[in-house]
Design a protein around this ligand. Structure first.
Ligand code: ADP
Length: 267
């Protein structure tokens, strides 16, 4: 149905990926991957280990360069920035500038936090905004302090990553991503390296971000969490999308055998 026929106002498209393909040598790890994300939508990417989830996420922000397919970002971000649209065709020559522009649209939260070990928490957070985005340092510090307060880590501003628990490091990782004010937040198994008792805090922060209207793609094995926060669930296996749909449908009433097996095993 076209938007004009639709009585419900539809949120703007943030990201459209079409036919993404990627091989490492002879290993075809992604084939025909399509993803659509509208503003405020949360998409959970699930599937067995090695199915290509991380490669999809890394392809969306240029950490991997797909061999084919297109990625298009709309012009308006969660924070109302109107930095203009961006469209990249990986089938043709892709330059450093394209990749830099793609990187700028999203921010990644990594499984192993990936904080700079030699920098304080504050420095970790302001590095991107100040060095890459050329924002005024005082403004970046004020924003970092506000975000740290939000996740209950105001007193860790001057600590080093090794002084923090895994859960605290991951909350800093989330703050670092938010400080970039991206159109899209990408989470790569954000809780799978954490001790079980620390998982809840991090999932709690992500849930709040979803409620605030951030647009997110989350790779996760936490199916209960996915069902709770995701609007759409995409199940991948063997480098392809096997099934997709509303979270409750895919997780509670999957249609495909492979999805049924996977969901059953994790419940
Ligand atoms: P998932 O996130 O679902 O576990 P990945 O995207 O990490 O899956 O991996 C998909 C496949 O791609 C796996 O077979 C993995 O070994 C391979 N792969 C991922 N990254 C690389 C790389 N940098 N070099 C070679 N093979 C890779």
């Amino acid at each position: 149905m076209s938007p004009t026929n639709n009585p419900e106002p539809r949120a703007a498209s943030v990201l459209k990926a079409r036919n993404l393909a990627k091989a490492f040598g002879s290993n075809k790890v992604l084939r025909d991957i399509d993803i659509d994300i509208r503003r405020g939508q949360v998409v959970a990417l699930i599937g067995p280990s090695g199915s290509g989830k991380t490669t999809v996420l890394r392809s969306l922000n240029g950490l991997e360069v797909p061999d084919g397919g297109t990625v298009t970002f709309g012009g308006t971000g969660t924070n109302g920035d109107t930095s203009g649209g961006l469209s990249i065709d990986f089938g043709s020559k892709v330059g450093k500038k394209d990749i830099a522009a793609l990187r700028d649209r999203s921010a990644m939260v990594f499984q192993h936090y990936n904080l700079f070990p030699h920098m304080t928490v504050l420095k970790n957070i302001i590095e991107g905004p100040v060095q890459v985005q050329k924002r005024p340092k005082a403004e970046a510090i004020a924003e970092a302090e506000r975000l740290l307060e939000r996740v209950g880590l105001a007193d860790k501003r001057d600590a080093y990553p090794f002084e923090l628990s895994g859960g605290q490091q991951q909350r800093v990782g989330i703050v670092r991503a938010l400080a970039l004010k991206p159109q899209l937040l990408l989470f790569d198994e954000p809780t799978s390296a954490l001790d079980p008792e620390l998982v809840g805090d991090v999932l709690g922060v992500i849930k709040e971000l979803a409620e605030e209207g951030w647009t997110m793609v989350i790779v996760t094995h936490e199916l209960a969490f996915a069902q709770h926060v995701a609007d759409e669930v995409i199940f991948m296996d063997g480098g392809v999308v096997v099934e997709r749909g509303p979270a409750a449908e895919v997780l509670r009433a999957p249609r495909q055998e492979r999805t049924k097996l996977f969901v059953k095993r994790l419940q």
